[in-house]
Design a protein around this ligand. Structure first.
Ligand SMILES: CC(C)(COP(=O)(O)OP(=O)(O)OC[C@H]1O[C@@H](n2cnc3c(N)ncnc32)[C@H](O)[C@@H]1OP(=O)(O)O)[C@@H](O)C(=O)NCCC(=O)NCCS
Length: 189
């Protein structure tokens, strides 16, 4: 995530404020242009320092910014793993963008984080749309767990889904209409 696309991203977040505020920790608090720039700058630094990796999701047919996604080191199991997250702007939901983004992020995690044995996707138990996504990608439901309440839609209980490297079918490139922006540093912005 870099400042290059920040205006489009801010527009996407503000358009989707009700949905993202309901579920995502980073959308709590003031959502003005300055604070969003600060957030993107902080995340860009984490990206270049390999702490966690956030991306914009772009519709490759018209270059429209449709959402965002992330890969983070996961700490829920003893196994070396990474977790994948996503959000899609409200005007572009129910068009499989989140499913495709999660698939691309899973491929990237297994390809570039060679030490990980599995990828996880977790969400609050009340986030029915989000829970459809790992199910469609062949992840297995590992179970339910207690989870911090960090957004108004959270119940305090979450699902964890996981996909092992052995079960991963390799990069699924064909047929996707979305892409992740290439990693860029702040100096490119
Ligand atoms: C959840 C979210 C990422 C889904 O994005 P999306 O691009 O619409 O997802 P997809 O189109 O790939 O798939 C969504 C699936 O959920 C289903 N769905 C969507 N809204 C739903 C709802 N309110 N109830 C039940 N299912 C729902 C869709 O029908 C689809 O399933 P299907 O393909 O079996 O029909 C998007 O709504 C969003 O960004 N929400 C706010 C942020 C968020 O919750 N992020 C995830 C945090 S864990």
């Amino acid at each position: 995530m870099s400042l290059t696309d920040v205006d489009g991203a801010f527009e996407a977040v503000t358009e989707s404020v009700d949905e993202v505020r309901r579920w995502l920790w980073w959308a709590q608090g003031p959502l003005d242009e300055d604070s969003y720039h600060d957030f993107v700058r902080a995340q860009s630094e984490k990206f270049v320092n390999d702490v966690e990796w956030r991306y914009y999701v772009i519709d490759r047919f018209d270059n429209h910014l449709v959402g965002g996604g992330s890969i983070n080191p996961a700490h829920s199991t003893d196994t070396q793993s990474a977790s994948v997250g996503y959000w899609i702007r409200t005007s572009c939901t129910k068009r499989q963008f989140a499913t495709q983004a999660a698939s691309l992020l899973t491929d990237a995690a297994f390809t570039y984080l060679t030490e990980i044995a599995e990828v996880e996707i977790s969400m609050d138990v009340a986030n029915v749309a989000s829970a459809r996504i790992p199910a469609k990608l062949g992840f297995s439901l590992r179970g339910e767990f207690d989870r911090a309440i960090r957004a108004p839609g959270h119940t305090g209980r979450g699902f964890i889904w996981s996909l092992s490297r052995a079960a991963w079918r390799g990069p699924q490139e064909s047929g996707t209409s979305s892409s992740l922006t290439q990693p860029r540093t702040l100096s490119d912005s």
